[in-house]
Ligand binder design. Structure first.
Ligand SMILES: *[C@@H]1O[C@H](CO)[C@@H](O)[C@H](O)[C@H]1NC(C)=O
Ligand SMILES: *[C@@H]1O[C@H](CO)[C@@H](O)[C@H](O)[C@H]1NC(C)=O
Ligand SMILES: [Ca+2]
Length: 259
């Protein structure tokens, strides 16, 4: 019993420590959880559902951002941003983005679960912020051909990044990924930092692989006209990052070597 309790206690302390850290030279007073298309979710350092509306606004401002608007939250949701925690967003509204229906989250519904404009701004929730500086990370891409890379490339990526790239080419075409450079913190199960490929419009279904280390992954071709890439880095140790090119391919050209 004792060692288990001790392990749990150590775990808890580590978690607390990770809640604080320097990012872009600023000491963060809340926990960086998830981010998509410039929208990210934060909870108070004290835990879940601890922020009044005023405090929520301050959390976003502190990091150079603002409360997300409903439209920004919905845009992020459409590229796979799924968080099961109600938070303040623009104009004192509260809700959360749900991509995949579940019994324990969102009452089985999909979309922005909207608690409406709160009359009592002293209620305590989490918060959804929008930071235009985070835009370079991920996003929706509909060009037939494009080079994508980790934020800041060719500089090393930073700790605690979460990026979703949603690629959508013309109906009837497929997406071919070709890696040009690849260097992500290495560990055996890619638990620290990783790139995940989903043969799907979101990161809920169609999982096709998780990659880390410095070996170039092989080309990957989608079955349909959409693909989702998710990059995550944890709170320590960075690396060179990756650069890849995607190309929209007509299905009848698939057997040709284009790259
Ligand atoms: C507003 O919400 C806070 C926190 O839940 C509560 O303590 C307070 O009584 C509420 N005020 C009113 C007027 O309902
Ligand atoms: C690609 O080549 C395989 C055999 O090498 C063939 O069975 C398949 O039909 C070809 N696909 C297309 C789209 O031409
Ligand atoms: Ca790392």
């Amino acid at each position: 019993m004792r060692p288990l309790i001790l392990a749990l206690a150590v775990c808890f302390v580590l978690k607390e420590v990770q809640g604080w850290g320097y990012k872009n030279g600023i000491l963060h007073n809340s926990i960086w959880l998830e981010q998509a298309a410039g929208v990210y979710h934060r909870e108070s350092r004290k835990g879940r559902y601890q922020l009044t509306f005023k405090e929520a606004k301050a959390v976003c401002k502190y990091e150079g951002g603002n409360l997300a608007t409903y439209e920004q939250l919905e845009a992020a949701r459409q590229i796979g941003f799924h968080v099961c925690s109600a938070g303040w967003f623009d104009k004192g509204r509260v809700g959360y983005p749900i991509v995949k229906a579940g019994a324990n989250c969102g009452f089985g519904k999909i979309g922005i679960i909207d608690y409406g404009y709160r009359l009592n701004k002293s209620e305590r929730w989490d918060v959804y912020c929008y930071n235009p500086d985070a835009k370079e990370c991920g996003g929706v891409h509909t060009d037939p051909r494009k080079v994508l890379n980790t934020p800041g490339y060719p500089e090393e990526y930073q700790d605690e990044q979460i990026c979703y790239w949603h690629i959508r080419v013309q109906y009837g075409q497929r997406v071919r990924l070709h890696f040009l450079d690849f260097d992500i913190e290495d560990d055996t199960a890619c638990l620290s930092d990783y790139l995940e490929i989903y043969d799907s419009y979101d990161d809920v279904s169609g999982f096709a692989g998780r990659f880390c280390g410095d070996e170039l992954p092989e080309d990957f071709i989608s079955t349909g006209n959409v693909m989702t890439l998710k990059f995550m880095s944890d709170s320590s140790v960075t690396a060179g990052g990756f650069q890849l090119e995607y190309i929209a391919m007509d299905s009848d050209l698939l057997n040709e070597t284009i790259i």
